[in-house]
Design a protein around this ligand. Structure first.
Ligand SMILES: Cc1cc2nc3c(=O)[nH]c(=O)nc-3n(C[C@H](O)[C@H](O)[C@H](O)COP(=O)(O)OP(=O)(O)OC[C@H]3O[C@@H](n4cnc5c(N)ncnc54)[C@H](O)[C@@H]3O)c2cc1C
Length: 396
């Protein structure tokens, strides 16, 4: 029997109103890359293996030009790319996501010299990047960062700790957020480009994530960088960090949609082949209700994601659209994948089942680049006017 709904899930037709004709060619190219390179990708069995293969994947995606929408600052193209990749491999998607954070900060604030030095290498996969914002005592509350950068005659000296940093220990370049004006909160943070071989930058250990994703801690111990390591303006680091996250949150939503659409495809296949009580599961109305809810949530999420990306590509500020897209689509994806796993029954929790991997992988998307709760506060702040959170004024 023909199942037109399955094709719709990987089609750009439901979001075409937000796309340009060139995006359909891009979607074909990235779809073909995924089919050829990622179809047989399997989850690394250890953190060590995840670290090794992450670098391998970066070389491949960079070398094949998959990150070109990033270089072109085409957010819709980048969302299409992440959506397709995440439906095949959450690990490869994570690799792409981190490159984007540092590339975007460089595009927003880098001098010509800084861009010439780093940007091309990041988007071609020659340079692995890390975005070092979070600290043990500064998560959602970014303004509480206590890593310091002190001016000396040669430049800046950085001291502090960062944790939950993707690519920690394997990156070539860290974008480090530090306080340059103590007690000034969000108005006293600056961003620094720190190569991994800088003396005083020490990888202090791994933090093993539930789904293969290289994550860890670094320490900055009297780490000296030259004056031109400062990215953007002095004390402009908080604004730069927030602008970077605003721009990229729709792409986190796109990755969530990719994982959710994969879950839905798996579910549709399962309900047609699995029989219980003498019938295929698809004959049961309670199962059909789940499929109806899952697919509606997915389309709503995709519409919010591509609307936010479209607004960005029109040159608009997207704080509101971006926060709505990220919070809605990551929550929706979690719910879709959970429902998909339920439909798969016991096999859904067996290690190696695609839904089991997706179930673990999607969880982090509701947290990184700003939690769901913080996104909803941002939305409310855009509607009501922002309000201090505790004794701080904003968040990641
Ligand atoms: C897989 C993964 C990769 C990551 N990669 C990076 C990276 O590369 N670079 C980087 O800098 N960071 C990274 N992070 C860190 C991530 O950005 C933080 O985990 C996130 O910002 C939340 O901070 P936290 O974990 O300290 O939680 P907390 O800020 O302690 O929050 C705990 C809970 O309290 C809620 N909460 C906090 N404040 C409020 C409030 N005002 N109102 C209501 N609820 C509130 C939060 O929503 C959350 O549910 C990563 C995290 C993960 C899981």
């Amino acid at each position: 029997m023909k199942r037109p709904g399955i094709d719709r899930l990987s089609s750009i037709e439901p979001v075409a109103a937000f796309l340009e004709p060139s995006h359909s060619e891009l979607a074909k190219q990235v779809g073909s890359f995924c089919k050829h390179e990622l179809l047989n990708e399997t989850e690394p069995q250890s953190d060590k293996e995840a670290r090794t293969v992450a670098r391998k994947w970066l070389k491949l995606v960079g070398g094949k030009g998959v990150l070109s929408p990033l270089a072109l600052e085409d957010l819709r193209g980048f969302c299409l790319t992440r959506e397709a990749i995440a439906s095949y491999s959450p690990l490869v998607d994570a690799v792409v996501a981190i490159q984007a954070l540092v590339a975007t900060s460089l595009q927003l604030a880098g001098s010509k010299k800084q861009q010439a030095l780093w940007l091309d290498g990041i988007v071609t996969g020659q340079i692995m990047a890390a975005f070092a914002m979070t600290e043990p005592e500064a998560g959602s509350d970014v303004a509480a960062i206590s890593t310091t950068a002190t001016k000396d005659t040669n430049g800046w000296v950085l001291n502090g700790q960062k944790h939950l940093i993707s690519n920690a220990g394997i990156a070539d370049l860290y974008l480090v957020f530090a306080a340059t004006s103590l007690k000034a909160g969000s108005r006293g943070l600056s961003a620094f480009l720190v190569p991994s071989n800088t003396q005083g930058l020490v990888y202090t250990g791994t933090q093993i994530a539930a789904a293969g994703h290289p994550l860890g801690q670094i320490s900055l111990d009297d780490c000296s960088v030259p004056s031109d390591a400062l990215l953007g303006s002095l004390n402009g680091g908080f604004k730069l960090g927030m602008m970077t996250l605003d721009r990229l949150r729709p792409s986190v939503g796109a990755a969530a949609c990719g994982m959710a659409s994969r879950a839905l495809v798996e579910s549709l296949q399962h309900v047609t082949s699995r029989r219980q009580f003498g019938e295929p599961l698809e004959r049961f109305q309670l199962i059909r209700e789940k499929i109806g809810r899952m697919s509606t949530l997915l389309e709503a999420a995709r519409l919010l994601v591509y609307r936010a990306a479209w607004c960005h590509d029109q040159g608009k500020r997207i704080t509101l659209e971006s926060a709505m897209a990220k919070s809605f689509s990551t929550e929706a994806a979690q719910s879709i994948i959970d429902e998909g796993l339920q439909i798969a029954g016991g096999l859904g929790v067996v290690v190696g089942h695609p839904l089991e991997r997706l179930y673990r992988a999607v969880r982090a998307l509701r947290i990184y680049e700003g939690t769901t709760e913080i996104q909803r506060l941002i939305v409310a702040g855009e509607l009501l006017g922002s309000q201090p959170l505790g004794n701080r004024d904003k968040q990641s």
